[in-house]
Design a protein around this ligand. Sequence first.
Ligand code: ATP
Ligand code: MG
Length: 232
Amino acid sequence: MLIVNQVTKTYPGEKKDITVLQMERFEMRRNEKVALIGPSGCGKSTFLNILAGLNRPTSGTVNLLGTDILGLSASAMDRFRARNIGYIHQNFNLIPGFTALENVLLAMQFGNTHPKKDRKEKAKSLLAMVGLEHRMGHKPEQLSNGEQQRVAIARALSNKPALVLADEPTASLDPENTELVMSLLLQACDENQAALLLVSHDMSIAEKMERTVALSRAAIRVGQEDKTYVPA
Ligand SMILES: Nc1ncnc2c1ncn2[C@@H]1O[C@H](COP(=O)(O)OP(=O)(O)OP(=O)(O)O)[C@@H](O)[C@H]1O
Ligand SMILES: [Mg+2]
């Protein structure tokens, strides 16, 4: 359901371009759970952003659910993402002026997976599942980091996406909430036959996945004239 081929991301540097990601081939099956690990700065979030169509790779192809996502227009990608991808961003990315409930509801409106009349109940039950039944009317600035992280998780699961991208989803959580969130994520992915790609620095979390993919710090400087790869 996900096939990534020869994906690279290169940013312009002051003197030379810097390649921050090189992914030869990466595949995921339906309902597969994969941990993505690697040192800080090795391109994990960059890779997730590319899969979510939020960052364009310099080269390569990404096929998700039979769709060449790099061939989609920006608005088509927005619709595709809303419907098929649940993304728990590393920095949560909640909308500041909206309450926890409104953040989830807005995603459900974009995704349009549930009938309109069912959305509020569904959003409330998701927020309750992550232990936020008493915080639904709070805006992100009124929530702790761990609470914001849990809103982001509720939002990511709200449209029953086929692919869940989770960028360190338990980084701000205490052990109890880590357990809760991990079992919720795993259960939601099983129920929806969704694939889960989870970034974590915590090996006990990564070990809950079926397989682990390690990215190395691939920062490779690329000469601007000859474009030859020279390992840093
Ligand atoms: N817009 C940009 N311009 C230039 N370099 C960038 C840009 N965005 C990211 N980078 C660089 O790309 C590299 C990979 O960043 P990324 O956020 O993907 O790392 P990461 O593996 O998620 O790290 P962490 O574990 O700290 O979250 C970093 O060295 C970063 O400085
Ligand atoms: Mg990151």
